[in-house]
Design a protein around this ligand. Structure first.
Ligand code: GLN
Length: 483
């Protein structure tokens, strides 16, 4: 029962093969037995999970079950969860018990899903390896000496290790897609505004977007069905119709036009990853797609532009953590200034401090034009590149990451080397576009992700394109040996 996808669990619950309480208890037992190896959960919500499972079983008996009723999932610890610690991976929020649910969490609750717990993450979602968590690094189930990716590393590790069938993540510059690639999962970063950000602790508000992380595109579609939609509590959520994302999964791909950006196949890319991505493209040709080379000439500028814009927004968003309202407060402050300084000095980790410094500098008088404004201009150029290419092709494909999962500690001393991990994922957050990563093979036993980028609100298309590939291949069904 613990090896099933969300879709299979949904069917089994419907058929009465087991109850949600039995299923939930089995997951809780497995987490207890195994998570000391992976450190994928910050909080396991045993009591809440069993209450929700009980309620789900009753709801099913009353004939009111939805596809996700009774199905357990995990939430990245960035989504506020009523009555549950919501830390965002930071000491600053180690004592924060959320007084409300994020819209994403309440959407899952309303569907009858069960919350197993809150997953580990880089502090305030800043990172590509999960090593910036106050709760310690998280381990990749494919090789526990390696990182699971970040910042949604805990969600990825938990699903890959079989400690949750699926999980939520957030993606500001790649944090759903990169850990999905490193852990052999399927992850979707929706169009900006598709999923409400209400109650999702803010990192860079113009880039942040929540989305599903699961084993298959079908499971991502089931999750997006409840995650997507306009929300009166988030003025940037989009008033755009929500499809049934499972309805179009099987559409044939004949005539699909794929663009391969030549900038994504640069010398930074590990040659084995290039080869695996090329074979995935061949598979698509066999499914009826046509392929052409395209150009996204400003790709290289996405790293410097992102690492000005994201820290600028972060420096502003994180000013709320001042020791006054909630979260950590230093002991025995001498005066107000001493309290601010020591609270923030003690509460934030070094990567978060680095970004607050960079962001504050970039926004300061005299430097604003040279940095922040320039970065916004580059952002527009990047967006225009995508709009031009996507007027000619249906989807863009390429690698998700330039490397496979690296060793814990390998890149922690050089922030720029760590930032280069995001070279293929950042640009579409800057443009606000949706993207997916899905398993397309292995290099030295480590998973490799294929990235698919679509036009605004083309989530149905992306899921369809990913699903057809998963019908024709079995990479996504492979599991780490330790499981
Ligand atoms: N690695 C990127 C960063 O550190 C992206 C993180 C994310 O998407 N949350 O900002």
């Amino acid at each position: 029962m613990l090896d099933k996808t969300l879709a299979e669990l949904s069917t089994s619950l419907e058929q009465g093969d087991f109850s949600s309480v039995e299923l939930t208890q089995a997951y809780l037992d497995l987490i207890k037995a195994k998570d000391s190896t992976y450190n994928s959960y910050i909080t396991v919500t045993d009591e809440l999970a069993l209450q929700q499972a009980q309620a789900a079983d009753e709801r099913r008996q009353q004939g009111k079950a939805t596809a996700l009723t009774g199905v357990p999932i995990a939430h990245k610890d960035i989504f506020c969860t009523l009555g549950v610690k919501t830390s965002a991976g930071s000491k600053m929020l180690d004592n924060f018990i959320s007084p409300y649910d994020a819209t994403v969490v309440s959407n899952f609750n309303n569907a009858g899903a069960v919350t197993l717990g809150k997953t580990n993450m880089d502090e305030f979602a800043m990172g590509s390896s999960n090593e910036n968590s106050y709760y310690g690094a998280c381990r990749n189930p494919w090789d526990t000496a390696r990182v699971p990716g970040g910042s949604s590393g805990g969600s990825a590790a938990a699903v890959a290790a079989g400690l949750a069938p699926a999980a939520t993540g957030t993606d500001t510059g790649g944090s759903i897609r990169q850990p999905a690639a490193f852990c052999n999962l399927t992850g979707l970063k929706p169009t900006y505004g598709r999923v409400s950000r209400f109650g999702m602790i803010a990192y860079a508000s113009s880039l942040d977007q929540g989305g599903p992380m699961a084993r298959t595109a079908h499971d991502c579609a089931l999750m997006l069905n409840v995650m997507a939609g306009i929300d009166g509590n988030d003025s940037t959520s989009a008033d755009h119709p929500v499809a049934d994302y499972t309805a179009t999964l099987d559409q044939p791909l004949s005539g699909l036009k794929i663009g391969l950006p030549k900038e994504f196949f640069s010398e930074q890319l590990n040659p084995e990853i290039a080869t695996l991505v090329q074979s995935a493209i061949k598979e698509y040709e066999a499914l009826g797609a046509t392929v052409k080379e395209v150009s996204l000439p400003n790709t290289a500028l996405s790293v410097p532009a992102y690492y000005i814009i994201a820290p600028s927004e972060a420096s502003s968003n994180l000013s709320r953590f001042d020791g006054v309202r909630y979260g950590h407060r230093c002991s025995d402050p001498k005066d107000l200034e001493d309290m601010y300084k020591r609270t923030r000095g003690e509460g934030f980790g070094s990567e978060v401090k680095r970004r607050i410094l960079v962001g504050t500098y970039a926004l300061s008088e005299g430097f604003y034009d040279a940095y922040y404004k320039k970065a916004q201009q580059i952002r527009r150029l990047i967006q225009q590149d995508f709009v031009r290419v996507l007027s000619d092709v249906d989807v863009i494909m390429g690698p998700t990451t330039p490397t496979t999962a690296f060793n814990i500690g390998e890149k922690t001393t050089d922030p720029v080397e760590m930032y280069m991990e995001d070279i293929f994922t950042l640009s579409l957050n800057l443009a606000g576009l949706p993207g997916m990563s899905l398993p397309c093979g292995f290099s030295n036993g480590l998973p490799v992700g294929l990235q698919i980028i679509g036009n605004y609100f083309a989530e149905e298309k992306l899921l369809n394109v990913a699903h057809k590939y998963q019908q024709a291949t079995d990479w996504h069904t492979r599991k780490p040996e330790a499981r």
